[in-house]
Design a protein around this ligand. Structure first.
Ligand code: HEM
Length: 456
């Protein structure tokens, strides 16, 4: 019994440098590095990110299902999320175990179907208002526009604020805090926030400002006799089944901040990648216009149109296949666990990558081609579960998945009804930039071309 290797499979991987391991290769292009690892070493590969940080990449759908779903109680969120704690607090994305489950139960009602339909009308209105300043032939930074639109939508659905107010009050301090947090996340040595380096001081200041702003909004609401039916109103009314206690101001702050951040950058990136892919695939673009002409025509889209926009839904699914905004999901082993003959020990870090799985030729024919039609006829049911999982899975599956798909579809058709977007001439080469989410490196510059609804 002394030699475990005879009983458990052992993962193979590249040797790496003495001190940094494979950190340099990983940091230069994380999605591509992960893809190469999976191609070279198979279902489970092992490498090092730094002197001590041993990481396993698991690229087999059945094993991913065990990690995210059937054996999920053996795992917790990885230490990477700790860097995000100063900003997310103990919100859904960073909390674990019973506390996470309790919070999830409290928050889930804010995402039920009837509420999403209410939010859908806001999505349409905000996009329409935002587009009112767009002009024919204009060059725009579309990545920034998509971020502004989704920020506007979350400001409205969460706080009933319009875009300008939302951006001034919440968006600006949030942008600063996020930028600094990402800078800290990407640095090799993450000094504790209390050490007064310049970045740490700036980060603390930005987070303090954000805390002040959100807590002020919450306290104002506590004293307001008006009943709000926005997301904050629903979260403030939520009561625990057992003791009927609602969330404290601090917990509300953490959940609001988490939903706010998780809920706008991801969808903005999904939309930006979709615009890029459409500009490179005129056949797909023509089919999008055809569907818009048939389902919506000249009128404003309505929430009910969403169900009829099946090609557009598949277009978003396909865009998230090629460029999953959440390109990797990490977990830390909390209790020793065996998965398909591999033994993972407490403290091990496990990665499962949407980018890697979504580009496997065994599940997706011509994986490098943009083919929304592949999602027709219940395609997802014909491939193994967790070969495609843009929203994660199990008890921690994205709580905003229906919100996100509704939002991406309605924003996309609202823009495409009015404009065709072409990549600006002499555009820099489009590459991925893995921040917290996968975005186009150095943004996307596009030229607007006004459409008549009869255009194909
Ligand atoms: C295209 C858009 C989106 C993508 C690709 C996406 C992806 C994901 C993924 C992969 C996870 C699981 C992370 C993990 O297991 O570690 C997640 C969790 C989460 N997402 Fe999303 N998301 C999107 C949009 C949204 C929206 C619109 C909201 C809210 C309005 C949202 C709120 C959250 C929250 C709160 C969690 C944590 C859930 C939990 O752990 O219980 N997301 N998302």
């Amino acid at each position: 019994m002394s030699d475990r290797a005879t009983f458990f499979k052992s993962a193979k991987g590249p040797k790496g440098k003495f001190l940094t391991g494979n950190l340099d290769a990983f940091r230069s292009d994380p999605p591509v590095f992960l893809q190469q690892m999976a191609e070279e070493y198979g279902d489970v590969t092992r490498f090092r990110l730094g002197p001590l940080k041993k990481v396993y990449l698991v690229s087999n759908p059945d094993m991913i299902k065990q990690i995210l779903v059937t054996k999920q109680q053996h795992f917790v969120k990885s230490d990477d999320f700790k860097v995000l704690k100063p900003i997310f607090g103990e919100g859904l994305l960073t909390s674990d175990k019973e506390f996470h489950m309790k919070q999830r139960r409290l928050i889930q009602p804010a995402f039920k179907k009837t509420h999403i339909i209410d939010y859908a009308q806001d999505m349409i209105n905000i996009t329409k208002e935002y587009l009112s300043t767009w002009k024919d032939d204009e060059e725009r930074i579309i990545t920034q526009d998509m971020m502004n639109i989704t920020l506007g939508i979350i400001c409205k659905t969460m706080f009933s604020m319009d875009f300008k107010e939302g951006y001034q009050v919440v968006g600006k301090p949030l942008e600063t805090a996020l930028k600094l947090t990402v800078k800290r996340m990407r640095s090799v040595i993450k000094l504790p926030l209390w050490i007064p380096t310049r970045t740490n001081r700036e980060t603390r200041k930005a987070i303090k400002e954000l805390d002040r702003v959100i807590l002020e909004i919450i306290q104002k609401r506590r004293n307001d006799p008006v009943k709000y039916d926005d997301m904050l109103g629903i979260l403030m009314d939520a009561r625990d089944d057992e003791n009927h206690i609602g969330m404290s101001d601090k917990q509300l702050r953490d959940e609001v901040m988490t939903i706010f951040i998780a809920g706008h950058e991801t969808t903005a990136n999904a939309l930006s990648w979709t615009w890029y892919l459409l500009s490179q695939n005129p056949g797909v673009e023509a089919k999008l216009y055809e569907e818009i002409n048939t389902v919506i025509g000249d009128k404003e889209p309505t929430p009910a149109d969403f169900m009829k926009l099946t090609f557009t839904q598949n277009l978003i699914r396909e865009s998230m296949r090629m460029f999953p905004p959440s390109f990797v999901t990490s977990r830390k082993v909390d209790k020793n666990v065996e998965v398909n003959g591999y033994h993972f020990k407490k403290g091990d870090m496990i990665l499962v990558s949407q980018y890697v799985m979504h580009r496997k030729a065994e599940y997706f024919k011509s994986p490098e081609s943009f083919i929304p039609e592949r999602f027709e006829n219940n395609f997802i049911k014909t491939i193994p579960q967790y070969a495609y999982f843009p929203f994660g899975g199990g008890p921690r599956v994205c709580i905003g998945n229906h919100f996100a798909l509704m939002e991406a579809v309605l924003v996309l058709v609202s823009v495409a009804q009015r404009f065709k977007l072409n990549l600006a001439p002499n555009h820099h080469e489009i590459k991925t930039f893995p921040s917290i989410t996968l975005r186009p490196r150095r943004g996307l510059r596009m030229i607007l071309q006004k459409r008549k609804t009869t255009d194909q």
